[in-house]
Design a protein around this ligand. Structure first.
Ligand SMILES: [Zn+2]
Length: 203
């Protein structure tokens, strides 16, 4: 009966731990998973907010190396209808009074966390003199000298930047600046400037 030992079926239970780790690795290596996570940000297109066409448009030579954060230094707007009116007037101001080819920023964010397409991805902006050809300019709508933007606006812009990285419009190791780092201005306001690191990807 000693030979029973020899005929005992070797039933190795499946190593579920390692299976889960392997599955996790597969998911992590699948960029589209991150992409779909990042794309929860709601972007209102130019057509939707009633932008007029740009006078001209120049494409960035590659992914943006810098992300430059601004505030519009105008009263906040709290919902889409209010923000869309504000956008039309910002675009008019930039094109008529300041002689830009289009609204200056690549994207703008309202207090309810809606992001509005300005010039959009991969387009040279007019927001930070001497730095427009290698950057993405994002403006929070309002004045953030003494107040913070809403958590919705902060998290939307963070998601926007992640989307930009995933889609190849922003360099994964982008440098994050406030406008004041690169020009003689208070922009994007003291409170927002102090919170810029919150916009960086935490992973
Ligand atoms: Zn600025």
């Amino acid at each position: 009966m000693r030979n029973e030992e020899g005929v005992l079926p070797v039933t190795t239970p499946p190593d579920t731990g390692s299976l889960i780790r392997r599955l996790h690795g597969l998911l992590k290596s699948n960029a589209s998973v991150y992409r779909s996570m990042a794309q929860t940000v709601n972007i209102v297109s130019r057509q939707q907010w009633g932008a007029v066409p740009p006078k001209s448009r120049e494409t960035l030579k590659g992914p943006a190396q810098k992300v430059i954060i601004h505030h519009t230094d105008l009263p906040r707007c709290k919902d889409q209808s209010e923000c869309m009116k504000r956008l039309v007037s910002i675009q008019r101001g930039h094109m008529t009074d300041r002689g830009f080819d289009d609204i200056g920023y690549n994207f703008l964010a309202g207090e309810d966390g809606t992001v509005y397409e300005g010039r959009g991805w991969g387009v040279v902006g007019a927001h930070t003199k001497g730095n427009n050809h290698d950057s993405l300019g994002v403006a929070f709508m309002g004045n953030f000298q003494n107040d913070m933007p809403s958590t919705e606006a902060m998290s939307s812009v963070k998601q926007l930047l992640q989307t930009g990285v995933c889609d190849g419009f922003v360099c994964p190791k982008f440098a994050l600046f406030g406008h004041r780092d690169l020009g003689n201005t208070d922009c994007p306001g003291e409170k927002l400037y102090a919170a810029l690191s919150q916009l960086k990807c935490s992973t």
